[in-house]
Design a protein around this ligand. Sequence first.
Ligand SMILES: [Zn+2]
Ligand SMILES: [Zn+2]
Length: 341
Amino acid sequence: MLGCVIHGQGDLRVDELPVPSPGPGQALVAVRYGGVCGSDLHYWRHGGVGDFRLREPMVLGHEVVGTVVSYGAGTSGPVPGTPVAVHPATPCGVCPECADGRANVCRDTRYLGSAARTPHVQGGFAAQVVVPAGQLRALPAGLDLRRAALAEPLSVALHAVRRAGTMAGRHVLVTGAGPIGCLVVAAAKAAGAARITVTDLLPRALSYAVSAGADAVVRADDPADPSWPHEVDVAIEASGVAAGLDTCLRLVRRGGVVVQLGMLPPGQSPFAGNLVVSREVELRGAFRFDGEFDDAIALLAVESSFDGLVSAVLPVRDAESAFALAADRSTSCKVLLDFTS
Ligand SMILES: [Zn+2]
Ligand SMILES: [Zn+2]
C-alpha cells in the first residue's frame, strides 16, 4: 500500500509500506481522504513545526477519514464497513492537565503524524492505518467522507472559539484566512457572532472567508482599506504571524479577548505586548482540541457551506503536487489526498 512519508526537510516521498495489523485495543481503517494541514506543510518545507523538529522518517497526516476494516483480538467498535473519522489525539489520561479536563494540553499525548515526541507518532496518510479503537467516530447518516475530512481542522476552530468565550452579539476579528481561519469564521458564526471581519494578504483567501460566512474582509497590507474595523470585541489570530497578533492586540477593545491559534515561528515573536497591560487584554492560547471533535462532526452533518472550502482532491501518488497546491494560498483552501487509488 502507498503512504506519504516525510524523510526530512523538502524530502516528501510516496513509499510502499506494509499493511499493518491491529493488536488488542486497536482498529484497522481503510483511509479514504486525508486533509493536508499547515503542520504537514511545515514538516515538508521546514523540517518541523513550531518547536517540534523532525528526527526520523514519519508518515504525515492527522486529518483522516475512511471505513473500518477490522479490529484486534478482543476489541470492538463501529462494525466493519462503517464510515468513520479518526480523532488524532490519545491523551495520557493521568497527567495534571488530563485530570483537570484539559486533555488537549496533555503533557504526554500521542497525536497522529506529530514529531512532538520521539520516536514520532506515525500519521494517517496511508491506504490503511492502525489506530486505537477508541479514536474512531462513526459518521452520522448523510455526512459524506469528503466533507467529514474537515472534522479535525473544524475541531481546532471550535476549540479556539470556545477559548474566546461568548460569541453571541460580538464583533469578531479573524486574522488569517487559511483553512483554519475560514473554519474559525464558520465556527464563530455557528456560535452566534454578530459580525465577523477577516484579514489576509491574498484576495483568493479572503474569498474563501466570505464563503465561510465573513461579513467583511480586509487586505492586511492596505492600511487605507475602508473595511478595517475601528474596534472589535474578540480577535482570533489564525495566521501564525506575529504581525497578526499585533493587529489583534491593537484592534480588540479594552478588556477584550485575543486568542492566539496560529502556530508562531519558533523562538521569540515581536508584538505590542504592553497593550495586554494598559488595555487589560486577555491573551489566551488555543491548542488542538478535545471533545470538540464530536461537535465538529455534528456541525458538518447539518451545514453544507463547508463544501466550498475543499478546493482540490488529488490521488496519493501525486502527494508532492498536492502539498505544493495546498501551500499555494493564492488558489487553495483545504486540499485532500485520496488514498483509494
Ligand atoms: Zn490539521
Ligand atoms: Zn495527560
